[in-house]
Design a protein around this ligand. Structure first.
Ligand code: SF4
Length: 237
């Protein structure tokens, strides 16, 4: 992206994903740790300090505090030395427990119509935990795809009427219902981005859509050395 900030001009762009430092020795985990040249922890100290300011707001601070308490509670035997990670709480339970900690009563569920059964199941679980659930499907409003300029050949089923995915409407319906917290499930890439942009309540992701890999996009990364090698290697011409 063009138009880098003045701060970024003076350093290499952050590349944490390429950090060669061993996990326990990283500067972001140990104040005296090691850091490569492109390290944002070492290079952007002013920005790091400024980005802590929002936590002075009691609501933001409490949200972050409860999220981190929940993070810790997802493991057992935390006192063991040497430490051994032993996670025991699946995300389904994690969402319920975090929403409970925050005292939320009404939850919004924005989901993809392709996951109708999963949305019903998730609603059953959330209700069993005492939450009131407002759910809105992606096709809400039945707005034709032509409204955003799609041509027939750009539809999933050319030649037929198709409702567009309406993440902004999903967000606005949930805003109107004054939900305390949103959960999204299976929204398409980009549609999820618009939901985040327009939703007023904080939002978590229960599951992302992956039409091929059973909604587990990481599977493609786990098999990058074999079945998905084509995504990093150009075909020979
Ligand atoms: S913050 Fe610095 S030390 Fe931590 S992963 Fe990024 S580059 Fe590595």
């Amino acid at each position: 992206m063009e138009g880098e900030s003045v701060v970024m001009e003076k350093m290499e762009l952050p590349q944490c994903a390429k950090c060669p430092v061993e996990r326990s020795e990283k500067a972001c985990r140990d104040k005296n740790g090691k850091a490569p040249r492109f390290c944002p922890t070492r290079q952007l100290t002013e920005l790091v300090a400024k980005s802590q300011k929002p936590y002075e707001d009691v609501h933001i601070r409490e949200f972050a505090r409860q999220a981190s308490i929940q993070e810790g509670e997802c493991y057992i035997n935390r006192e063991a030395r040497p430490p051994v990670l032993h996670p025991v709480i699946p995300r389904l339970q994690e969402v319920c427990e975090f929403a409970g900690k925050m005292g939320y009563k009404r939850l919004g569920l924005a989901y993809c119509i392709g996951l109708q059964g999963e949305a019903a199941a998730l609603t059953t679980v959330l209700e069993a935990h005492g939450f009131s659930v407002v759910s809105v499907v992606c096709k809400v409003g039945c707005t034709p795809k032509e409204e955003i300029g799609l041509t027939e050949k750009e539809k999933v089923r050319p030649g037929q009427f198709e409702s567009m995915c309406s993440p902004i409407t999903q967000a606005e319906v949930l805003n109107e219902a004054q939900v305390d917290f949103n959960i999204i499930m299976g929204l398409c890439v980009g549609h999820d981005s618009l939901f985040f942009k327009y939703a007023q309540a904080p939002t978590t992701v229960f599951a992302v859509k992956d039409r091929v890999l059973g909604h587990n996009p990481l599977a493609a990364l786990y098999t990058l050395g074999s079945y998905y090698e084509r995504l990093i290697k150009k075909p020979k011409s």
